[in-house]
Design a protein around this ligand. Structure first.
Ligand SMILES: NC(=O)c1ccc[n+]([C@@H]2O[C@H](COP(=O)([O-])OP(=O)(O)OC[C@H]3O[C@@H](n4cnc5c(N)ncnc54)[C@H](O)[C@@H]3O)[C@@H](O)[C@H]2O)c1
Ligand SMILES: O=C(O)C(=O)C[C@]1(C(=O)O)C=C[C@@H](O)C=C1
Length: 362
């Protein structure tokens, strides 16, 4: 496909998208950042093909404009874009973690706007953290504004296909409700746990003891505060709704603690483990589904590398591997996950052809 793309904001997400777009033969990626040093760095790193000094001029030459800025800045840029001399059929899109306010603003624009949100990221920010494979296998949500044609959505989908993300169209309010559950509210919990540790005065040594568990659950508290300020203020109602649910959950948990019945406490953890273990594999995004193949393998060294070697020879990509600790109710012990049902079918045939191991689809 042929297109001039302008990415505004060349941090983790804009930089990663620019890198992925380099996979197209005929797509020119221009990059702009409020920080000129970032734009020059992105150009030197080969992430973008040009770094025009004038935002307005670059915008007027673009077929697609991507706002990859914190969502507060995106709203301001969308407002400014009303004064840009844009091509009539330009497509505007964004990468923001919130969608409702962005789509409300999109309704005031005179050009096609398709909201976007790749459900993948990191606590790291900046162009140095950009990765061309960041969005692979993650969901990439699109929220087309009213009046946007299916051809325009299809064009954007084709442009984004090189990210290898799973593109899904969703209404903005549903997007914001669900991301409040799986992304925005958990961010507040992570930050609050860190605050609770910071306030500990009786035993300051507790900070030194913070090991795997605390670090795992609070990793995201190290993210860019400006980005999370904007996400939180734009989606505050949905997040507050989750907080209300959480407080009720905590009240129940307090009663569980005060009752101190071992069976009830174990059951609470068991139920959480069951739900957590059954979540679609979180390859990159939280809303990501995979296709599992169960393989009954003997307990001898080298079996896993043998199997993955056969799959590699037949160019079948694996998304995840795990070993089940129980054989109850499942036939296999090694679970290999694939991105598509077709890959799983090819893998099943490959393993059946080249080994004596039984394979099952649950
Ligand atoms: N970080 C994540 O995990 C993640 C995941 C998915 C989506 N998002 C969303 O993508 C967007 C970008 O996030 P990021 O992680 O890349 O942030 P980032 O901090 O890594 O990069 C943002 C970039 O935008 C630039 N910028 C800020 N205001 C600007 C302006 N007015 N004009 C031009 N450039 C400006 C900054 O200089 C910076 O280079 C945000 O809206 C965020 O909500 C983030
Ligand atoms: O992995 C992380 O560090 C993230 O916080 C990524 C994460 C998320 O909450 O899952 C953060 C914000 C996004 O909009 C999408 C993805």
């Amino acid at each position: 496909m042929k297109a001039n793309v302008l990415i505004i904001g060349l941090g983790l997400i804009g930089g990663s998208l620019a890198k992925a777009l380099q996979r197209h033969d005929d797509v020119h990626v221009a990059g702009y950042d409020a920080d000129p040093l970032t734009a020059r760095k992105a150009f030197k790193m080969g992430i973008i093909n040009s770094c025009p000094p004038s935002l307005e001029k670059a915008a007027s030459e673009a077929d697609v404009i991507v706002f990859a800025t914190p969502v507060g800045a995106t709203l301001r840029l969308m407002e400014q874009s009303k004064f840009w001399d844009l091509k009539k059929d330009v497509i505007l899109t964004d990468t923001g973690s919130t969608k409702a306010q962005i789509m409300e603003a999109a309704g005031t624009l005179n050009h096609a706007f398709i909201g976007g949100h790749p459900m993948a990221g990191s606590h790291k920010s900046g162009v140095e953290a950009a990765k061309d494979m960041l969005f692979e296998n993650a969901f990439y949500i699109l929220t087309p504004a009213e009046g946007v044609s299916t051809d325009q959505v299809a064009f954007l989908e084709e442009l984004l296909s090189v990210t290898k993300a799973n593109i899904e169209v969703l209404p903005a309010d549903e997007h914001d409700y669900m991301t409040a559950i799986v992304s925005h509210f958990p961010h507040l919990i992570a930050a609050s746990l860190v605050h609770q540790l910071a306030k500990e005065e009786q035993y300051p040594f507790a900070k030194q003891l913070a090991a795997g568990g605390f670090r795992d659950i609070t990793r995201i508290a190290s993210s860019n505060p400006e980005m999370w300020r904007d996400i939180t203020t734009q989606n505050n109602r949905m997040i507050a709704h989750q907080l209300t649910n959480w407080m009720a959950e905590m009240e129940g948990l307090r009663n569980l603690l005060l009752d101190n019945k071992p069976e009830s406490i174990e059951q609470y953890f068991q139920q959480a483990k069951t739900v957590r273990d059954e979540l679609p594999i979180a390859g990159h995004g939280a809303l990501f589904s995979v296709y599992d193949l169960y393989v009954d393998i003997p307990d001898v060294p080298g079996v896993i590398s043998e199997l993955t070697g056969y799959l590699a020879e037949e160019q079948i990509s694996i998304v995840n591997l795990r070993i089940l600790e129980t054989r109850e109710d499942v036939f296999g012990i090694l679970v290999i996950s694939f991105q598509t049902p077709e890959d799983r079918e090819r893998a099943k045939n490959c393993i059946s052809k080249r080994t004596a191991y039984d394979t099952y689809i649950s």
